[in-house]
Ligand binder design. Structure first.
Ligand code: PMP
Ligand code: GLU
Length: 401
C-alpha cells in the first residue's frame, strides 16, 4: 500500500483549466483525427504573421540574436512599444514603464502578482475573459464579479463598480474592446469609471489587447489617457498576438509606474528570465514597421462580423447584438434552455455547446465561465467560408434536433 501524498497547494487546487484552451485543443484533436469540424473556439487570428515580421524573426536567428535579454525585455522593444502607444492613443510612457512578458496573459498575471496581497479583492467587469478570475486566484486574491447583461450591452456602469468597492478592493480589471462581448466602452463611460477608481484609490488593469480591432470608425479610448491620476493607477496591457496575428510568438507588455514596472521585472527575472529573444526582435518589427497589414486584417474582421451577425440573427430562436470590436460575437441561446435536443436536456450553454460540437461539428465557447450564462461565444477570426459553413451547420443542428 503506497503512502498518501501531502495535499498540493490550496490556492493551486482552486484554479480551473481555461475553457477557451480546452475547447481549442478538443477542436484541434478532432481536426487532426480527420473529423470535418469547424472552429469558432479560440480567439486566434487565422491570418499568418505578416511576411516582414516573419523575416525579422528569421534574421534574428541568422544573426545570432539568440541569447538572454534583460528580464523585462530589450530596450529597443520597450521603445517600440512606447512609440506605438504614442502613435495609436497619444499615450506617453518612457521605456522604464514598460515590462515585456511572454504574452499579454503573462503580463496580466505578473501585474496581479505584484499588486495583490492575499485576500485583496479584484473587481472584474463581466462578462469577462475566463483567465481573469483564475489569475486573480493564483495571486491569492479574491475575484469579485460585477456583471452587465445584454440589455446593458454587456458594459458595467461606474455606479455598479462603486457599489462593489470595499476596503479590501485593490484592483479593477477592465477589457475594452472586450473578450467575449466585443463591446467597447465610450470615452464618457471610461471617464466615469476612472473617476471612481481615482476616488477610491484603486488600481486598474486595463487590458487593451484588442484596441486596434474596432469597427465602423468608432473611437477607442485607453482609460490611461484620461488624466494623470488615473494613468498612475493603471497597468495598461497590450501586445502583438491579436493585432499582428502573432499568437504563437508569445509577446505582450505592461505599462506601469516605473516603481511597479521594476518589481514586475524582478518577478520576471526569477520566472522566465526574459521572453524569447527571437520573438522580441520580430515584435520590434511589428510595432515599428509598416502597419498596412493590420489595417487589411481589421477590414477583413469587420466584413466577417457583419456577415456572421446578419446570418445569426436570421435563425429562429437565436440572436446576437452587434459587437464593435475584437473578434467575438455573443450568441444568445436562452430560448433553448430547458428544451430537449438529440434526446438530451439542455440545462446550460455548456450543454448546448457540447452538443453542437458533437452533433453539429462546430466548436464554440460556452459563456458560463465568462460569467454570462445563456450565451455561446463565436470567434470570427476565421474565414468567410467557414463562417457560412458554421452558420449552415447551426441551422441544421437546430432543425434536426
Ligand atoms: N487578454 C485578452 C482579453 C485576451 O483575449 C487574450 C487572448 N489570449 C489575452 C489577453 C492574452 O493574449 P496573449 O496571447 O498575448 O497572451
Ligand atoms: N484569448 C483567446 C480566447 O479567448 C485565446 C485563448 C486563451 O488564451 O484564452 O479564445
Amino acid at each position: 500500500m503506497l503512502q498518501e501524498l501531502k495535499p498540493i497547494s490550496t490556492i493551486a487546487s482552486q484554479v480551473q483549466a481555461s475553457t477557451t484552451l480546452v475547447i481549442d485543443s478538443m477542436f484541434k484533436e478532432m481536426k487532426a483525427a480527420g473529423v470535418d469540424v469547424v472552429g469558432f473556439g479560440a480567439g486566434e487570428p487565422d491570418f499568418p504573421t505578416p511576411e516582414h515580421i516573419k523575416q525579422a524573426g528569421i534574421s534574428a536567428i541568422e544573426s545570432n540574436k539568440t541569447k538572454y535579454t534583460p528580464a523585462s525585455g530589450m530596450m529597443e522593444l520597450k521603445k517600440a512599444a512606447c512609440y506605438r502607444l504614442e502613435q495609436d492613443f497619444g499615450l506617453h510612457y518612457e521605456p522604464s514603464s514598460i515590462v515585456v512578458a511572454s504574452g499579454a496573459k503573462h503580463a496580466i498575471y505578473i501585474a496581479l502578482m505584484v499588486l495583490c496581497n492575499p485576500g485583496d479583492e479584484v473587481v472584474i467587469a463581466a462578462p469577462y475573459w475566463v483567465s481573469y478570475s483564475e489569475m486573480v486566484k493564483q495571486a491569492g486574491a479574491v475575484p469579485v464579479i460585477v456583471a452587465a447583461g445584454e440589455e446593458q450591452h454587456f458594459k458595467i456602469t461606474a455606479e455598479q463598480l462603486e457599489a462593489a468597492i470595499t476596503d479590501k478592493t485593490k484592483v479593477f480589471m477592465l477589457n475594452s474592446p472586450s473578450n467575449p462581448t466585443g463591446m467597447v466602452y465610450s470615452r464618457a463611460e471610461l471617464q466615469a469609471i476612472a473617476d471612481v477608481c481615482v476616488k477610491h484609490n484603486i488600481y486598474v488593469i486595463a487590458d487593451d489587447i484588442y484596441t486596434s480591432l474596432v469597427y465602423d470608425g468608432i473611437e477607442c479610448t485607453s482609460i490611461a489617457t484620461l488624466g494623470e491620476e488615473i494613468k498612475r493607477r493603471c497597468i495598461v496591457i497590450n501586445g502583438v498576438s491579436k493585432s499582428y496575428a502573432m499568437t504563437g510568438w508569445r509577446i505582450g507588455y505592461a505599462c506601469a509606474e516605473p516603481s511597479i514596472a521594476k518589481i514586475m521585472s524582478n518577478y520576471l527575472s526569477h520566472s522566465t528570465s526574459a521572453p524569447s529573444t527571437i520573438s522580441q526582435v520580430a515584435a520590434i518589427e511589428a510595432l515599428t514597421g509598416p502597419q498596412e497589414d493590420i489595417e487589411e486584417m481589421r477590414k477583413a474582421f469587420q466584413a466577417r462580423r457583419d456577415h456572421l451577425v446578419e446570418r445569426m440573427n436570421q435563425i429562429e430562436g437565436i440572436s446576437c447584438i452587434k459587437p464593435q470590436g475584437a473578434f467575438y460575437v455573443m450568441m444568445n441561446m436562452k430560448n433553448f434552455l430547458g428544451k430537449t435536443m438529440y434526446g438530451q436536456k439542455i440545462e446550460s450553454d455548456t450543454d448546448f455547446a457540447r452538443l453542437f460540437l458533437e452533433k453539429g461539428l462546430v466548436a464554440t465557447v460556452p459563456c458560463e465561465s465568462f460569467a454570462a450564462p445563456g450565451f455561446v461565444r463565436w470567434s470570427y477570426a476565421t474565414s468567410m467560408s467557414d463562417i457560412d459553413k458554421g452558420i449552415d451547420r447551426l441551422e441544421q443542428f437546430i432543425k434536426n434536433a
